[in-house]
Unconditional design. Sequence first.
Length: 484
Amino acid sequence: MISGLWNGISGLDTFEKALSSQSNNISNTNTIGHKSDTISFQDMMYQSRYGKGVMVQDIRKDFSQGGLKVTNNDLDVAIEGKGFFIVNDPLTGENFYTRAGNFKVGANGTLQTVDGKMVYGSSPILTNLTSSDGTSQFTNKYNTEITSKQISTADYIESINAKTTDYTLSAQDSGVSGSGFKDRSSKISDIRDLITNYNEKLDLYVSNPNATSTPATSQQTQISYASFLTDLQSEDDYIEVSINGENVRQYFDTDVQTTMNLFADKLSSVTGLTASVNASGLVTIDSLVPGKDFDIKDAAINNNAPAITETIAPSIGSGRGMVDSARTALKNALEAADAKFLEMTHTIGNSNAALTGIGEIQLKLDSLNIVENVFGNLSIENGVIYAKDGENKFLIGKLETAYFINPEGLNPQGNNLYAANAEAGDPLNAQYVNKLVGGAVELSNTNLGDGLVDMMVYQRAFEASSKSITTADEFLKTALQLKK
């Protein structure tokens, strides 16, 4: 009978804990990223084959996937699959782990949890800076957008952004007649053609970033008019050549050399070309656009046809070498128009198995020294953080996630946080065991139906345990009365 009292008391204690555990699950139905508790029971010691009651065997977290809710908030991220976001308490320096991805921008511009923990991830490295004058930031004078490309491979993530100053305002006539002279409008046309070429080469590179790096070559063609210069005598005499189906003709003007110089100047006015002529009448036509093929034919002085020689054949190249050639050609044309060119390439490695080198993520473009006086419009795509300024989209960070061999061994800390320990194991990179969904959060995985049923079962078990105590008490009273 005394044993029955203690068995009942163990039931009251155990099912009070069970009720508390299940009520905690139900109360956190709307808690982002909450993982429900699962309680299990075991019988206690036996004496003469009589059991001595019940006790809680274990309370573990159920880390099954919760549903995803689309919020369209820029800084909301949900984990689909295994793993946890890595956060750090700036007051203690201790790392914690969470499934709650409702993040915010801190006062210092870093990515934080709602309670001020620093969200950890990888930050980009400036892997290429091409600048006309050493400038390393897009200041307000860089007001012409050229390109913004994003590249993602198994090994790295990269963004390439380029801007220029306003070349339409700075371009002026320059050069010497007969030796690469360019007027203002020709310079502007060349730059626009080179911008198109640069973007086309970038698109090719984005489609196959692992292609072998081979630089492009620019076409060079020479035409020797030397044997026929004596035919240039009167205003009816002319020199000409066909370029891409368009005839370029210069009539005799003043003298032979002046005529040849003016002819070279007309060739230089063709978009994407520059030309020069020497004293012996050799005209050299150079393409400004790497890899572009110009159809040059039908050279003539009056009715005479001099030889045309392609001294350098064009080739578009491949990989980074192709892009480098296109970039250099554009930069040179801009500088010839007294404009400035600036390109930045930011890169983050895509394989960090040991989760080394991670830390807080700065979100402000001006704090990152990328753009002057601009915060940037933020977005998170597959865990990669971008900030937009106009049409330019900059890579500024990558969320890293960790998983554990035994996540049930993690220590719950409250505030949706878990602490690692020896039972859970070492944190491992979860990049290949989950998917990060931007503009969404993971809901609690509490099952209300099961929870309410369990609550009723535990309540009845609690009541039954209390009944066993009163029954044992009645038995004990009867036994005491029998002794009197």
